[in-house]
Design a protein around this ligand. Sequence first.
Ligand code: ADP
Ligand code: MG
Length: 709
Amino acid sequence: MTLLQQSNTDILQTPIEFLKGVGEKRGAVLRKEFNIQNFNDLLYYFPYRHIDKSHVYHVSDIVNDGGYILLRGKIQNVRIVGQMRAQRLTAIFSDETGSIELVWFNGIRWVQDVLKSRTEFVIFGKPTLFNGRWNITHPELIDPAQQQNSPVSLRFQPLYNTSDTAKKKSLDSKAVSKLTANLLAQVKDVIPETMPREMVEELHLMSLRDALVNIHYPEDSQKLSQATLRLKFDELFFTQLKLLKLKLINNKKFQGHLFQQVGHYFNTFYKECLPFDLTNAQKRVLREIRGDVGSGRQMNRLLQGDVGSGKTIIALFSMLLAKDNGFQACLMAPTEILATQHYEKISKQLEPLGMQVEFLSGSTKTAKRRQILTDLQNGQVDILIGTHALIEDNVVFNKLGIVVIDEQHRFGVEQRAKLWRKSGSIPPHILVMTATPIPRTLAMTLYGDLDVSVIDELPAGRKPIVTQHFYEKDRLKLFGFMKKQIAEGRQVYVVYPLIQESEALDLLDLQAGYEAIERSFPPPTYSIGVVHGKMKAEEKDYIMDHFKKNHIQILLSTTVIEVGIDVPNATVMVIENAERFGLSQLHQLRGRVGRGGNQSYCILMSKYELSTEGRKRLNAMVETNDGFEIANFDLQLRGPGDLQGTRQSGMLDFKIADLTKDEKLVAYTRNFAQQILDKDPDLSLPEHKRLAETLEKLMQRDTNWSVIS
Ligand code: ADP
Ligand code: MG
């Protein structure tokens, strides 16, 4: 096919090799290094910054921000200093507000010639502070007359990210900017609009065409910010439209089991067995869940709540609702320890109700497993609790009504999908619980197709955990403090980081720590236990069990205890080498204490020298107990791509929007998309025709993601 035969939009799909200035060789580099396959990809390969040559600054404006600036003034006192190789050319540049030094190390002869031609110059460069004085090395020298007449595109220069490989093949930022200029010259009149014109006008947005031109070659800084806004809006709005549309499709497509009544089991437990009053937040969430499961549609709900906010009891009530309506339920946890703990607690709580609760994991013995599977299949088991083992194909339920997944981020998308398919033609209700606090903007995007409930209140009477940062020199003080707490009957966790590169080293850390603690806490006065990832499940369980019964006062561990463990009598969490942990992990670990009525403490041990980021993390922990604040802080520090469980999602790969900074725009676009779908769920109104087309293209592009919901 030749270019002439292509329709307007097809031009944007033209293979990149066909662009003027590209060809086979550069084409291969563009494809490989930047994933630019066609014209459209290059069009959306945005510069990370522009050099602003549109504004002339004064010497007195210079600030230490590392930016390039344009200055206009006189160059005088041109001198060659130094000998031989150290030779350099210096000059003094001055305008009416002050002066700075200019320095050249290369091309001295040539520069000298230019400087002889006149004294008035416009210079462009990056001021740096050297020996207390501003200077610019190798400034660009521009003829003032030329600067005034230069075309717009020369005043605002785009800077593109490139790679070393690309640079070697002479594709540096400048070369890429030539290509984008060629591209825009060819396609700028055929760039299609993604939104209805009325909408663009109503929102006072720039047209997509103008935005794409100005994002590369802005006419001025105002146009640049308008272009940025328009493109961010596009990205966020269509993401939200897609997510909300998926949610609509799911709700329609998947009929759900109807839990019509709140019956004997739910009511009896509520009235007679519940050892405390539910918090208002817990009550609200329960109402939301009851609304879902009573609607006839499948529930897909994410329950977020900080560590210790009481999510398990919500899971329990949801499963009782299933029982009341003749269905089975299952609860899945990411680790054996956590699943066991759930099993022990829940089976005990449900004892008075005479329900059959079973536990299944990889280590369940064959005979027992066979028994459970039979009972499960003929419907005798009411609630099955366990690990990944629950999603194996030979686990067949009689009538599975609801699946609760605790600490969801440990479960891959695949595994969730497997569960979805477990109950015949009507999929079970899904309740996903997570304590990894996710900032609102992120949740909206990552789980935008799930309904979200939040427990934003801790049970009454909890004392805030006191967090302190100690250095090695404070170790004696730490041990003294531990002794005091143990003397009062409390228990202590000491956690060592797991560095995946070398398990042997990790265990060495743990071993050394054990010996140090044993010296200061000698048996039989004290009893110390150790758990780590390399131990067999039974061994771990044995130790955990002793810890729960307070036969062990100090539990040393690698991060296996991170999630969910509930021992209310433990009041001290010591985290060794705390600087090596991520923020959300630190917060999770801290959540292991402060679960009973006693004042609890989290001690962060670190070496004295810390990276700036490491110190910021530890300070954040000392300053706040609030998981959402921590999550927001984490997001600022690391950016969304690095947050736990989100790395592979691809859903956060925005080209221009930034979830850490565009919080308001995320909320706005979500709202806006919702309003449109409320009015016109199928996008069939004529004024939404263009939206429907854009959305359709997007949905085709990422087919893989509708699988999970
Ligand atoms: P998480 O949300 O971290 O999973 P859990 O469900 O393990 O928290 O609850 C933490 C502790 O708080 C448990 O010991 C639980 O029994 C207790 N708890 C839960 N809800 C309440 C409440 N409303 N009042 C008092 N204690 C509660
Ligand atoms: Mg929990």
